[in-house]
Design a protein around this ligand. Structure first.
Ligand SMILES: Cc1cc2nc3c(=O)[nH]c(=O)nc-3n(C[C@H](O)[C@H](O)[C@H](O)COP(=O)(O)OP(=O)(O)OC[C@H]3O[C@@H](n4cnc5c(N)ncnc54)[C@H](O)[C@@H]3O)c2cc1C
Length: 675
């Protein structure tokens, strides 16, 4: 037995202190924001399936709100909402029907809805008119409404929240500028606290801010503007709060504010623009009042912990479902070489990839809404959702375009791709650009937040608590040893890797084990983004696989083959990446070369797709009504080409009736314009 005495613990304490990454205040706040959920289980190597059970959340208002969503879509069609003279009417109508107050409490005259209902509404809007989805989601995501609700003073809440819910005030939130993009607070606009007569601590204090914001969604039509700035207090005038990132509200007519230009993000058709000018604001304009000065980054991060998991994933869901359902009907009817193109394996392969990604997106959107509705605020899971769903939706889109071919490229009413093609990169770029989220945030935050011991050890070091360090360190060593041994035993046991459940369980164990070794890289992980990005992908796929299980268990009549098909694909992707990380584990010195040797036996045996199974799955999708019912749930396609495609599929293709031929010719036609 190894006996470690106090002296050795102290040395260890100092050595660990050296390898843990230097963490800035901004990063520390981001790290502490939000909570954990099933991600903790993944890092522990074993899932507690009880957590996946559904607690029934009955929302009486849901059907009513979905009917109202359809009314809005019927009324405004699928045209871009901006630039347009109709934008004010649209916003008023959205507000009247309760869509602008979905996160505002009833107490403040809002229409607070469960996350699952909000998600369905946004999915439906995004499936038909992405620009309406954007103008609806922004007031309901990170911005004045959410910030006021959590941190506003009672006066601010009473003053603004009812007006936000009723649409009297349209909000926007400005953080980004030309010099602060992904590094949101790095070179952010500065606000200097001054006083009119220059005397310290007098009452005539104001903040002077040089604003230069860009990319701000809804800015061109906003009445109330949230801004983030770095508050400096050179004369020590602050009585409460601190200097640092602060958030404030300004009126659209605020003296000095220049709000006169807009951007055109890819013709996606929603308002987005700039905020400039030299302005003076009062301290009461800080959200939460003077005491909240300097807390802005914490406030933003805490709100983002939930927000990231709802709006953009719902958009990705709506887009993917609409496209996949459209293409499902298209490939059954469109013929080339005298056969439906769906009979060609090349097309089928692409369709199956679309179906797989769409199924994973819809399962994870539903699962995550369920987790968030239970009150959890899992920041790592919501970051995964933002990155994975928008990225996978882009794959669905590109495959769908390849299949719809010329019709997807030429603009006109039959092209249901252009609107999605224009809006898809926006979800990828906003709320933490995907490359940054994948390479830095998901695994970095997961390691510190979701891991059962690392944060406690880190905290013990930060607070110089040797006793806590001893306790947590011992637990971690025991945990790591057990996990490693269980992986080695697994390797030699005859367990059935063809069983999807066992395969996933093994993957989780291998991942949790690998995490412990990657953690030994310490601060280097921050720059070794290829390792961290691939570790993020494995974690994401494991979470998505759990979503697929949950979704399967919570919907009746689904064939188990579909569940296993998606999980196997997620495992295939993850296992390759797990081996990739082990192969690239740095081994240039001792003890890394020993670590790499230890890791070798934990590599995965790669399994390859079975083409026969792919064809079987295609037939299962074709013949199971429950699958199609879920695929088209919560999307809207009245009177558009997707509805024509559905109608065509219902007609008997072999009879070639006049109606069939007429509709067929309609769906294959492409808009023509006079030269
Ligand atoms: C249409 C649209 C709407 C928007 N709406 C708003 C809004 O309402 N309010 C608001 O405040 N902002 C808004 N934004 C800003 C948006 O959130 C930022 O654009 C985003 O943070 C990226 O900034 P950037 O475009 O300057 O890219 P950059 O920060 O210059 O990044 C360039 C590339 O480098 C990557 N990268 C950067 N740092 C790292 C890193 N450390 N590791 C790995 N990769 C990294 C990024 O992922 C990206 O791929 C919007 C932007 C757009 C385009």
């Amino acid at each position: 037995m190894i006996i470690i005495n106090n002296h050795m613990y102290s040395r260890l304490f100092n050595n660990v202190r050296k390898i843990i990454p230097k963490i800035s205040e901004t990063e520390l706040i981001a790290l502490k924001s939000g909570g954990v959920s099933i991600d903790r289980d993944i890092f522990s190597g074993k899932i507690n399936y009880d957590k996946l059970k559904r607690n029934v959340l009955y929302e009486q208002n849901e059907n009513n709100m979905l009917e109202k969503t359809k009314d809005i879509l019927r009324k405004y069609g699928d045209s871009n909402v901006y630039p347009s003279n109709n934008i004010n009417n649209i916003m008023n109508n959205l507000a009247e029907k309760g869509f602008l107050g979905m996160i505002i409490d009833k107490k403040y005259e809002g229409n607070r809805l469960p996350i699952s209902t909000q998600s369905k509404i946004l999915t439906m809007m995004a499936s038909y008119n992405p620009s309406i989805a954007v103008v609806t989601m922004v007031p309901n995501s990170l911005g004045p409404g959410e910030l006021l609700q959590h941190y506003g003073t009672e006066t601010q809440k009473n003053n603004y929240l009812p007006k936000l819910a009723s649409g009297e005030l349209i909000p926007c939130f400005g953080l980004t500028g030309p010099n602060n993009g992904s590094d949101a607070t790095g070179n952010i606009d500065v606000g200097i606290l001054k006083s009119t007569d220059g005397i310290k601590c007098n009452y005539n204090r104001y903040i002077e801010i040089e604003l230069n914001k860009r990319y701000i969604t809804l800015a061109p039509i906003a009445d109330i503007i949230g801004i983030a700035f770095n508050l400096k207090d050179p004369d020590n005038l602050l009585k409460q709060g601190t200097s640092g990132i602060s958030l404030a509200l300004i009126d659209k007519n605020h003296p000095g504010l220049i709000k006169e230009t807009y951007h055109n993000p890819n013709n996606a058709g929603f308002p987005n623009g700039t905020l400039k000018g030299k302005i003076r604001i009062d301290l009461e304009q800080i959200i939460g009042g003077e005491k909240m000065a300097g807390n802005g980054w914490k406030m933003l991060m805490e709100c983002l912990a939930v927000g990231r998991g709802v709006s953009l994933p719902a958009s990705a869901n709506g887009t993917s479902k609409a496209i996949t359902y459209g293409i499902f009907n298209y490939i059954k009817n469109r013929e080339q070489f005298k056969i439906p193109i769906g009979n060609m394996q090349g097309v089928r392969e692409k369709f199956l990839e679309m179906f797989y990604n769409t199924w994973v997106i819809q399962a994870s959107v539903n699962f995550t809404s369920h987790i968030l509705d239970s009150g959890a605020v899992p920041s790592v899971l919501t970051a995964i959702m933002k990155q994975q769903t928008t990225e996978r939706a882009r794959k669905v889109l590109l495959n769908g375009m390849d299949i719809y071919a010329g019709g997807a490229i030429c603009i006109g009413p039959n092209n249901f791709f252009t609107k999605f093609y224009n809006s898809s990169p926006i979800g990828i770029t906003v709320e933490g650009s995907n490359t940054l989220t994948r390479s830095l945030i998901i695994f970095g935050q997961g390691l510190n937040k979701s891991h059962p011991y690392i944060y406690s050890i880190f905290d013990a070091i930060q607070t110089n608590d040797l006793n806590k360090f001893k306790k947590e360190f011992n637990s971690m060593v025991l945990f790591c040893t057990k996990l490693y041994i269980s992986n080695i035993i697994n390797k030699f046991s005859i367990n059935n890797n063809n069983n999807t459940n066992i395969r996933l369980e093994n993957l989780i164990k291998k991942y949790a084990n690998l995490v412990n070794f990657v953690a030994l890289m310490g601060g280097k992980i921050k720059s070794e983004q290829m390792i961290s990005g691939n570790m993020a992908d494995i974690l994401s796929n494991i979470y998505l696989a759990q979503s697929v299980i949950w979704y399967h268990n919570n919907n009746t009549g689904l064939p188990v083959e579909i569940r296993d098909y998606c999980i196997d694909k997620l495992c295939n992707e993850a296992e390759i990446k797990l081996n990739l990380v082990i192969n690239n584990y740095p081994n240039n010195n001792y003890p890394n070369n020993i670590i790499k040797m230890l890791l070798k036996p934990t590599q995965c045996k790669i399994k390859y797709d079975n083409f026969r199974n792919e064809n079987m799955i295609f037939n299962t999708i074709n013949n199971n009504e429950n699958i199609i019912k879920l695929l088209k749930a919560d999307i809207f396609y009245e009177n558009n080409i997707i509805q024509d495609l559905e109608t065509l599929s219902r007609l008997d293709k072999n009879k070639r009736t006049d109606l069939y031929n007429k509709l067929y010719n309609k769906i294959i036609s492409v808009s023509e314009y006079k030269i």
